[in-house]
Design a protein around this ligand. Sequence first.
Ligand code: ZN
Length: 190
Amino acid sequence: MTGRTHDLAAFTAMTIVFTTIPTPYISLATALVAFGVNMVGGLAPDIDQPSAKLYSNIRGGKILSTIIDPLLGSHRLLSHSIVGLVLFGFLAKLLLDVSASVLLVDMSIVWWAFMIGFASHLVVDTFTKEGVPWLFPIPIRFGIPPLRFLRLSTGGFVEKSLVFPGLLLVNAYLFFTHYSKFLEFFRSFG
Ligand SMILES: [Zn+2]
């Protein structure tokens, strides 16, 4: 999937979690940081892809990718697996703990935002032709549906004309069906 779809999928996953579980009090600062970190989490698994959106948006991205690429192997290996999810979750925890001294936000909520974004990436990629090696280092790629030819091509017509608008619709639907919860959430900032 393209970075754009992953971006929206990460946000959608947050909306789903927000509307399904009771939400603790979230400050405006926490919400803003969580929003950004959720996006980073949603793009992070593609850190193994040299052309990743993540790199093109940061300074020195090219140099960084030449250092990171050999460590993570080729596209869709470690970072697209349960081991990768745990590993990145651990690293994110360390990084957030360090930033906790300068950023006055609820780091556990920010961490969950990262993890939700990261997990959404793997789920969405499971619907693509390449599949996802969930059990890496076991070299099996899983896909839904199991028949490869039925799955999506990254950046293809179905992704752009069905998946992306579909995700937008899910957000709109959840927003209107949980309108009072969203209202209460935004009011708590006032
Ligand atoms: Zn990916």
